[in-house]
Design a protein around this ligand. Structure first.
Ligand SMILES: N[C@@H](CCC(=O)N[C@@H](CS)C(=O)NCC(=O)O)C(=O)O
Length: 192
């Protein structure tokens, strides 16, 4: 399998962490989405990374979908509870993380066009602030997929929006201190 992804994409990093944790045979193909390369557009009409190319099967796109697929390849995995309310709560954790990433990326593309304030930017910042508070409440002892996603979101904020003070939430700061040097996170950290 080949994963089309940029090294800075936090959505792709969620998948690269799964690949590392589970030892899956997935090759990373460094792909800048804004280049609109033919291989990416053939895999994903939306022109976004990540996209997973599978031998003899259609490509998969959208990180939650790809994550489910990768986890399904390792039936004994313990990153995501297989069923029950714990399963839905784990997916909810991922969705809240993805919402933070979506808001941070909206802000980034606006900033690249010179738009750094206004109602829409305020909404993104407010959503991130509320979502960080919720993630802080959800931190537990278990090292699972939502916990890893949470660390990825916090580090993406450090990369793009270092003024967003997620460390003010002691639970997030503690989680990060506990997990930051985990091999799957250390191996997938974006280059600076
Ligand atoms: N919902 C998608 C979001 C993917 C996404 O927005 N990727 C960004 C890079 S981090 C991208 O490719 N942006 C290019 C574009 O929007 O054209 C997922 O979870 O995979």
């Amino acid at each position: 399998m080949r994963l089309l992804a940029s090294l800075t994409s936090p959505y792709a990093r969620k998948l690269r962490v799964i690949v590392h944790e589970l030892g899956l045979p997935v090759e990373l193909v460094d792909t800048a989405p804004l280049d609109d390369g033919a291989e990416l557009l053939a895999a994903n009409p939306l022109g976004k990374v990540p996209a997973l190319l599978r031998d003899g099967l259609p490509a998969l796109v959208d990180s939650p979908v790809i994550a489910r697929y990768l986890l399904s390849l390792s039936p004994g995995q313990t990153l995501l509870p297989p069923d029950g309310e714990a399963h839905w709560q784990a997916l909810q954790g991922e969705a809240i993380v993805d919402g933070i990433l979506d808001a941070a990326i909206i802000m980034r593309f606006n900033a690249l066009q010179g738009v750094t304030s206004g109602l829409w930017i305020d909404r993104q910042r407010a959503a991130i602030a509320r979502a960080l508070a919720v993630l802080a409440e959800r931190v537990g002892e278990t090292v699972d997929y939502p916990a890893l996603c949470t660390v990825i979101a916090c580090e993406y904020l450090d990369l793009r929006w270092p003024d967003i003070a997620w460390r003010d939430h002691a639970a997030l700061a503690d989680l990060h201190a506990r997990l930051a040097e985990r091999p799957s996170l250390a191996a997938t950290r974006p280059p600076v």
